[in-house]
Design a binder for this molecule. Structure first.
Ligand code: DGL
Length: 291
């Protein structure tokens, strides 16, 4: 349960299966520099993309409970896979709480494409989700744009290992992207929050293929704007003055704090305090046994 009156000074809770949500966190820090932030990397359970839906839902509910117990006034599900699987259940569990999810940017991509072909890079689970498929069908009906769905199996793992530009990661990206270009896609949706972290490698690959014209769509910026809107509408934006304590960021991980601390330094160039935590799922799990 969310307490009836939450002080605007309370932190915003953000989470992902791992480091991917840091691509969203950096936009939140830029747009809402006064907010205290908590970030959970559920690395002990990553990647979510190849896990059964019931497990992803259980993890989302457990992490949200953890963040609320730390005093979070709002939650950002900085993971497409978790949003597609569980944001509805999460909103039902916490009515009145500002909750922002992240979904592949099909709408902005449809507005950008000239060839009417858009490649969507995401996890298998996101691309199979009913919520995602409904959105795709609706935008296709409205605009005639064709969405070419490309599951990127293994890419989240590469990024979690810190292999942002290794030979293995580059050839994996090439294998996923070349067929989309061959089908005339001129816009690629980065439909997993991990993928903006390899944007540099994707841009190099496109340049090498003579396709520097291809647009990349990432929704991190839009998620931060939506969070700002929801906080303002609920009277929860943190107000500061000269005497206020500076905004603080705390990282939590369900795996190694040392490894996650290193990821903060290498990906964002910051060194916040990081704690390893055990976030257990409530029993019994929804829809157990896992499908
Ligand atoms: N960052 C998550 C997403 O946006 C990765 C999912 C996974 O862990 O497979 O979908």
């Amino acid at each position: 349960m969310v307490p009836a009156t939450l002080p605007h000074d309370a932190p915003v809770g953000i989470f992902d299966s791992g480091v991917g949500g840091l691509s969203v966190l950096r936009h939140i820090q830029a747009q809402l520099p006064h907010e205290h932030l908590l970030y959970v990397a559920d690395t002990g359970y990553a990647p979510y993309g190849d896990k059964p839906e019931a497990l992803v839902i259980a993890r989302v509910l457990a992490i949200a409970d953890f963040l609320i117990a730390q005093g979070a006034k709002a939650i950002v599900v900085a993971c497409n896979t978790a949003t597609v699987a569980a944001v509805r259940v999460l909103r039902e569990a916490h009515p009145g709480m500002p909750i922002v999810g992240v979904e592949p940017g099909l709408k902005p991509a449809a507005a950008l494409t000239r060839s009417k072909k858009v490649g969507v890079l995401a996890t298998e689970r996101t691309l199979r989700g009913a919520k995602f498929l409904q959105l795709r069908d609706q935008i296709h009906r409205d605009t005639g744009v064709e969405f070419l769905l490309q599951p990127c199996v293994g890419l989240v793992d590469q990024i979690e290992f810190g292999e942002l530009a290794s030979h293995a990661t580059t050839s994996m990206l090439e294998r996923f992207i070349a067929p989309l270009l061959a089908q005339d896609a001129d816009t690629l949706v980065l439909g997993c929050t991990h993928y903006p972290l390899v944007r540099g490698a994707i841009e190099r690959l496109l340049l090498d293929a003579g396709r520097g014209d291809v647009a990349l769509v990432d929704t991190g910026d839009a998620v931060a704007r939506q969070l700002a809107r929801l906080l303002a509408a609920s009277g929860l934006l943190r107000v500061t003055d000269a005497g206020s304590i500076p905004a603080a960021l705390t990282g939590y991980t369900t795996a190694s704090a040392t490894v996650f601390g290193a990821a903060f330094r290498s990906l964002l160039g910051i060194d916040p305090p990081v704690c390893a935590v055990d976030i257990a799922e409530p029993q019994p799990l929804p829809d157990a046994p896992y499908n």
